[in-house]
Design a protein around this ligand. Structure first.
Ligand SMILES: Cc1cc2nc3c(=O)[nH]c(=O)nc-3n(C[C@H](O)[C@H](O)[C@H](O)COP(=O)(O)OP(=O)(O)OC[C@H]3O[C@@H](n4cnc5c(N)ncnc54)[C@H](O)[C@@H]3O)c2cc1C
Length: 431
């Protein structure tokens, strides 16, 4: 039986998005041995995702080069966390091998996922998340000449539309559920963050409509049109693709599996709880970026910097970035206020609309359930391939159910990796 290699580092960072990159660069001058792991093929996270269809901005290149300049930072791309077999240890796997990594300090920079909500037709081929469409285009999906409708809420809709347009698609509508007053109020408040105001101007689009909600996507076998409710009337728009995003959900799964406490959330899924030095409730474990609540790459960079300094004991340097973090926390708060989802978004699914698309569970089958566990045990909601990553977030929004902490393995894993772990006398189910 394969014996898994055991490696050690002073600081392990999970996630190489803006938060993870900034954490590693801040911690590096301490001389600590730093390992950054990320399941994507290259560092950059969601915003600076690489691929044949991606044009990396200068900021992304700057952070990548900064990582490369430090000999004590090792970046392991294409690497996933499978389990936490012992205290201070994670089980990792890449395309070639599984191995155990012992750490003295851990920083979770696991980012956020898109919130996908069910509506009639959302399972038709051609419907994706808004960020999902961006990722597909950057990975090389050809969309030239396609008519695309982007719908949902928040500035990510504009970013997704810009990515699609740059790839030659025709964006025929951007449907924002927030009201004109909310969107215009946000635009005015952006003057407090001039860089964001300039970015918003570059993303502006004459096809943008407020108070505009998705009703259904129609098509025989694939997307042919979308029905939107705009103000008081319904409009049908012919299109080839629909990309929708209803905001982001903090990716807290690894933190929850380790036992980190969650912070209370006014709306949406709760993020990982952190203190002023980005420490979680678990000693030696820090968290930064969108797993602590979504709010943009600048906030993630500031939080990552603080976490990196704090993890190597340089609290003085960490505290010097508190002002910057406060500035971007204020931006995040404004974003949440302006683009809060309207209660009637919960009425999008019809009784026969699938909520769990892996296991074909319709909305009507869940409406009578008492909670997530009931839905899982009696309706198979969340029992499929995505393990509740999509329908769990949707159920939280639709019914207010909080899915419990995930159990290992956190990602699908090779048998050899799990079997190798048994040789060390550990049992991943024991946690
Ligand atoms: C789909 C999507 C698209 C987005 N597009 C834009 C955009 O165009 N413009 C914009 O301003 N903002 C965008 N955002 C918001 C953007 O994610 C943030 O502002 C910023 O990237 C947050 O940085 P972060 O470091 O916190 O997380 P992220 O950038 O999300 O980085 C987290 C990283 O951790 C990795 N990871 C997570 N869990 C594990 C694990 N268990 N094992 C290994 N690796 C793991 C992820 O693959 C990811 O690379 C997008 C968000 C999403 C979800």
């Amino acid at each position: 039986m394969t014996i898994l290699a055991l490696e050690h580092c002073d600081l392990l960072i999970v996630g190489a998005g803006p938060a993870g990159m900034a954490a590693a660069v801040a911690a590096a001058p301490s001389g600590a041995s730093i390992v950054v792991i990320d399941d994507n093929p290259a560092p950059g996270g969601q915003i600076w995702r690489d691929g044949p269809g991606a044009a990396l901005p200068p900021a992304a290149r700057k952070w990548r080069e900064a990582l490369e300049r430090h000999a004590n930072i090792r970046v392991c791309s294409g690497t996933r966390v499978i389990a936490a077999p012992a205290h201070g240890e994670l089980l990792l796997e890449d395309a070639v091998r599984g191995w155990r990594m012992q750490w003295k300090k851990l920083i979770l920079c696991t980012g956020a996922r898109e919130l996908l909500l069910p509506f009639p037709g959302w399972t038709l081929p051609g419907v994706t998340g808004a960020g999902g469409l961006q990722a597909l285009i950057k990975a090389g999906l050809p969309v030239e000449g396609e008519r695309i409708v982007v719908a949902g809420s928040g500035p990510l809709l504009l970013a997704a539309a810009a990515t699609a347009r740059a790839a030659g698609a025709k964006v025929v509508r951007i449907a924002e559920q927030a009201s004109l007053a909310a969107a215009a109020g946000f635009a005015v408040k952006l003057l407090r963050w001039p860089g964001k105001a300039v970015q918003a101007l570059t993303l502006g689009d004459t096809r943008y409509r407020t108070s505009s909600r998705i009703v259904a996507v129609q098509g025989r076998g694939q997307v042919e049109s979308v029905l939107l409710r705009q103000g008081g009337r319904e409009v049908q728009i012919d299109c080839d693709r629909v990309a929708c995003g209803f905001g982001l959900t903090p990716n807290t799964q690894l933190g929850q599996m380790l036992g980190c406490a969650l912070a209370p959330a006014d709306t949406g899924a709760p993020p990982l709880a952190v203190d002023a030095l980005q420490r979680t409730s678990l000693p030696g474990v820090y968290a930064a970026g969108e797993c602590t609540g979504f709010g943009g790459s600048e906030r993630a960079l500031a939080q990552g910097t603080i976490a990196g300094y704090a993890a190597v004991g340089n609290e003085r340097a960490a505290r010097q970035h508190e002002h910057e973090r406060a500035r971007w926390n204020a931006f995040a708060a404004q974003l949440h206020r302006s683009f809060a989802l309207a209660p009637d978004i919960r009425q999008m699914p019809q009784p026969d609309t699938l909520v769990c698309r892996c296991e074909d569970v319709p909305f009507s089958a869940l409406a009578g359930c008492s909670g997530w566990t009931d839905a899982k045990l009696h309706r198979r909601c969340g029992m499929g391939a995505c393990q509740g990553r999509v329908c769990g977030d949707a159920a939280q929004f639709l019914f207010g159910w909080t899915p419990p902490s995930p159990r290992p393995p956190l990602s699908p894993a090779r048998i050899a990796t799990l079997a190798g772990l048994a040789v060390h006398g550990n049992d991943v189910d024991r946690q």
